[in-house]
Write a protein that binds this ligand. Structure first.
Ligand SMILES: [Fe+2]
Length: 160
């Protein structure tokens, strides 16, 4: 922990930073999974999915920065190299043996839903810890992730 004049007890900040850094790991993992989907998808809806997965990637890139920098603002530090992320992410590994658009839609939906759940849990966790600002950041991200999950999942929802 670094010294800071912020008006929040160190004990609170330590716990909030732990939550934040957990979501950094998830978000960096999600980023790489979106590129995996962007590159490997094939099939009749190729171009739409290829472009959509890249848009999600760029959105997630923003979340990574916002979450990581919140940790720093609270006096913490962030470790999010590929090795750190592989150890700490709550996401399931992205399937490597798929090409078909529907399979990628299912896999990306699962990744976004998992991340969405973790972020939603973090809204409550950080609010209970007394950090409404971090909770609000997670609320923003959560709403955005729900939108991306919808954009992707809608491809396989037509039959109800
Ligand atoms: Fe590309």
């Amino acid at each position: 922990m670094f010294k800071t004049q912020i008006d929040m007890p160190e004990a609170t900040r330590t716990k909030v930073i732990k939550v934040l850094n957990g979501r950094v790991a998830d978000a960096v993992d999600l980023q790489t999974q979106m590129k995996q989907a962007h590159w490997n998808v094939k099939g009749p809806h190729f171009i739409g999915l290829h472009e959509l997965f890249d848009k999600v990637y760029h959105a997630v890139e923003e979340y990574v920065d916002q979450i990581a920098e919140r940790s720093i603002q609270l006096g913490g530090s962030v470790n999010a190299t590929a090795r750190d992320v592989a150890k700490n992410s709550k996401l399931r590994e992205y399937p490597h043996d798929i090409a078909d658009g529907v399979k990628h839609v299912e896999a990306v939906t699962t990744a976004l839903a998992t991340f969405g759940k973790e972020v939603r849990d973090s809204i409550d966790d950080t609010l209970k810890l007394g950090d409404a600002d971090t909770s609000d950041l997670f609320t923003d991200i959560s709403r955005d992730v729900d939108k991306w999950r919808w954009f992707v999942e809608a491809h396989i929802q037509a039959k109800g």
